[in-house]
Design a protein around this ligand. Structure first.
Ligand code: SAH
Length: 350
């Protein structure tokens, strides 16, 4: 890990134009030197938009009555996993709104069991929010090995402005620690350029990731959703894109061997935004594998792209684009976080 100060990060985040492009090139070279030029593809299955939380920025928040709620059955989740496997992918991400009721968690455990039974080599990442430690253990036993839980912001006072009671910052951190303890590859991330956020907050976010010693990161620019309480706040999309890309490049510089996703939110702000993320040092892309009909209902923010109906076609076009960038699409390689492999080796030799 490279050490860096908060003011140094703030200066890097401010870079624009030619200096910014050069910075991204350096970050991209750091990726190549540390973890090769491979780009891993994860099939993203957004299996339910039912959510018990009321995050003030999010379109699928509990209080939004203007969206159609859906939840895929275990068989439907399996069918999406089948599609990902048929497209040659060896890794999927199951994401949903947050629910802690037993119906939900047992459905998910059963879905994991079905997937692992049919596709024993499939690597499964979960992103289903805060759960009890025992439930995380159950998911791990059923074959999920990676977990993504965004902290959203590393400042407790900023967290309070984005999340109503009873959500709590310390509970989220506790969950991240539990996940790591259980043996998951742990990912977190923040929304970039969210309301009330400062550059100093973003710099602290990077330092938070290093302190937590994360294995993976999924960060994306905040994009307003018109049915949320924060939608009226002034929003500059170009600033969001630039900061989103610079955050990737800074993180790659300080944590050279972690997996960093180039997210859909970048693509929403600018066509080709996801590719810019790769050029800034990201090494993971997550093509959509949810059933086409439910994609518009997983509306985290306005104008979220629905993707291409034929997942396989989309995978092929993504692969082509990656090659055009001079990078290597790696579908068969499960893309375990190099940082995780090194950290586990270090722990066992102690
Ligand atoms: N329930 C899961 C997944 C939630 S949705 C969990 O809690 O981890 C996944 C991510 O979408 C969230 O973590 C959040 O960072 C992002 N998101 C939500 N609303 C958004 C918005 N308006 N703009 C950009 N990203 C948003």
């Amino acid at each position: 890990m490279t050490s860096i100060s908060r003011p140094e990060i703030v200066e890097l985040l401010k870079l624009r134009g030619k200096e910014q492009r050069e910075f991204h090139k350096r970050a991209s070279a750091i990726r190549k030197d540390n973890i090769t030029d491979k780009v891993y593809l994860r099939g993203l299955i957004e299996f339910s938009n039912i959510c018990a939380n009321d995050c003030l920025y999010c379109g699928i928040r509990k209080s939004n009555i203007n969206i159609r709620r859906y939840g895929l059955s275990p068989d439907e989740i399996l069918a999406s996993a089948d599609e990902a496997a048929e497209a040659g992918l060896t890794s999927i991400l199951l994401q949903s709104g947050e629910r802690r009721d037993r119906d939900f968690t047992s459905h998910l455990s059963y879905s994991l069991k079905l997937i692992k039974h049919k596709h024993p080599r499939m690597n499964i990442t979960l992103s289903v929010g805060e759960q009890e430690r025992g439930i995380y253990e159950e998911f791990y036993e059923q074959g999920a090995t990676r977990y993504l839980l965004r902290i959203e912001t590393s400042s407790e006072s900023h967290y309070r402005k984005l999340h109503p009671e009873p959500m709590s910052f310390s509970r989220r951190v506790q969950c991240l620690n539990d996940l790591r303890d259980i043996g998951f590859q742990v990912g977190t991330g923040v929304m970039v350029n969210s309301p009330y956020q400062t550059l100093a907050n973003l710099a602290d976010d990077i330092l938070f990731f290093t302190t937590l010693d994360i294995d993976m990161c999924g960060m994306g620019p905040y994009i307003p959703h018109s049915d949320t309480p924060l939608s009226g706040i002034e929003y500059l999309s170009e600033e969001s894109l630039n900061l989103g890309l610079n955050m990737i490049a800074v993180l790659r510089t300080v944590m050279p061997d972690i997996n960093i996703a180039s997210t859909t939110a970048l693509e929403t702000l600018s066509p080709g935004g996801r590719e810019l993320g790769l050029l800034a040092g990201a090494n993971v892309i997550m093509p959509q594998f949810s059933p086409f009909a439910s994609r518009t209902d997983y509306a985290l923010y306005d104008n979220k792209p629905q993707g291409v109906r034929e997942c396989r076609d989309f995978v092929n076009s993504v692969k082509e684009r990656i090659e055009e960038l001079g990078l290597v699409p790696a579908t068969e390689d499960p893309g375990i976080s190099m940082h995780f492999l090194r950290r586990v080796k270090d722990d066992s030799s102690r």
